[in-house]
Design a binder for this molecule. Structure first.
Ligand SMILES: Nc1nc2c(ncn2[C@@H]2O[C@H](COP(=O)(O)OP(=O)(O)OP(=O)(O)O)[C@@H](O)[C@H]2O)c(=O)[nH]1
Ligand SMILES: [Mg+2]
Length: 383
């Protein structure tokens, strides 16, 4: 109950309202005051040890970037990592967009869908259908989607009207029985051409502005590059690559806006889980054990042994009677030492280089070399 009560206060900070009469100095000052008030509230929540908050963005400049992107976007796309969408999804961001203007549309883009097995895509599609959210599965890495054997991507977007796929198009395709034809099964892409026109009219803009927002490292910049079919904005395997928002014209009446990634205020299970979620830069980590333990528990013994060709020590049942089940995950120390040893990585101390091993494992996890995905709450998905 306490968490629910507190969750009401866990909001994306709003930009204070302004009009033509507000000078830029006044606005800056109000923003600062407002923002520090928000941080104080957050800090008071954090004092309660029972609540673990995500290490959310504390820099006003980065929030200012988000505010600008939200204000100018007709369609606010929240990009999330399809392997674990709920960790990256913020309902409050959608609410905020609507507060800014009732015609703003939100879309959930489940990126990195290439790393998600079809059964889980179906399960998540059911989940988001149930919530009546507009969503689409997508993979920036695969670059383009295919519908009915037809490529779509920059060519379609390059036409005078943005052709974000219609529901009609998708109905004609059985996304789940043609995996060879359809490397990116999508079930639902909600923006029809006619809808785009309506949104544009309502916002009285000249161009449809589509803003890509979301956590760091989820693939916002990659998505933009994939849509353009060329490198327009820098991409990196570490979070925090994009520092300033960038507006890119696709056509005379469609424009994409790349926003820096922000960790939004939410409850997390632990900081280790956030590292595993790829939103904290791995190279700056000093303690790799806790996040590696989280990863080991997620991906399991068998996969670690087969991907890395390792032989992990069998669970030591003296320490813990529950650990002699054969598939019990290794501890972080067991995994790190076996990994460093197998690669001959030795630290200055002469011991196995756990930090180097840990960073490598965490990067492989974030990059999808070792696989993990979550099923929607309550879903029964065959193992
Ligand atoms: N497997 C897979 N990897 C992806 C996909 N999209 C992006 N990536 C990888 O994810 C990492 C982050 O991509 P970016 O596009 O820089 O992410 P971003 O959201 O712009 O990140 P910030 O600028 O830090 O907010 C890169 O290593 C990409 O190659 C995808 O669809 N599938
Ligand atoms: Mg980026």
């Amino acid at each position: 109950l306490k968490e629910i009560v507190a969750a009401c206060r866990l909001r994306v900070p709003r930009r204070p309202s302004w009009d033509e009469a507000t000078t830029s100095e006044q606005l800056q000052e109000q923003e600062r005051a407002h923002f520090y008030q928000w941080r104080r509230e957050l800090a008071s929540l954090e004092q309660d040890e029972r609540l673990v908050l995500t290490p959310c963005e504390k820099n006003l400049e980065v929030w200012r970037q988000l505010w600008r992107v939200l204000e100018r976007s007709d369609v606010v796309v929240q990009v999330v990592d399809a392997r674990d969408p709920l960790t990256y999804y913020s309902e409050d961001l959608e609410r905020y967009a609507l507060e800014l203007h009732p015609t703003k549309r939100s879309l959930l883009l489940l990126n990195k869908a290439d790393l998600l097995p079809a059964a889980l895509r179906t399960a998540w599609a059911d989940h988001f259908d149930g919530l009546h959210l507009d969503y689409a599965f997508w993979s920036a890495k695969a670059g383009v989607g295919r519908v009915g054997g037809q490529k779509w991507g920059s060519e379609q977007l390059g036409k005078p009207w943005p052709r974000l796929l219609s529901v009609q198009d998708l109905k004609s395709v059985d996304t789940y029985t043609q995996p060879a034809h359809l490397p990116l099964p999508m079930r639902h892409l909600p923006l029809r051409q006619s809808e785009c026109a309506v949104i544009l009219q309502a916002s009285r803009g000249e161009r449809l502005v589509v803003g890509l927002t979301g956590y760091p490292n989820v693939g916002k910049s990659s998505t933009i590059n994939a849509l353009f079919g060329s490198k327009k904005t820098a991409v990196a395997p570490t979070p925090g690559k994009t520092k300033h928002f960038q507006t890119l014209n696709v056509t005379a009446n469609l424009c994409l806006c790349d926003c820096p990634g922000l960790v939004l205020p939410q409850y997390a299970h632990s900081k280790a889980e956030m590292v595993a979620a790829g939103v904290i830069p791995i190279d700056r980590l000093t303690d790799v054990r806790a996040p590696v333990e989280a990863v080991a528990q997620r991906v399991g013994r068998r996969q670690l042994e087969s991907v890395y060709g390792l032989r992990l020590p069998p669970p030591g049942h003296q320490e813990d009677p529950h650990r002699h089940v054969p598939l019990v995950p290794p501890t972080a120390i067991e995994l790190l030492r076996a990994f460093a040893y197998a690669r001959g990585w030795v630290a200055a101390s002469g011991l196995p280089d756990e930090t180097r091993a840990g960073r490598r494992i965490l990067k492989d996890y974030v990059d999808g070399k070792i696989l993990y995905f979550k099923a929607p709450p309550g879903a029964l998905v065959d193992e």
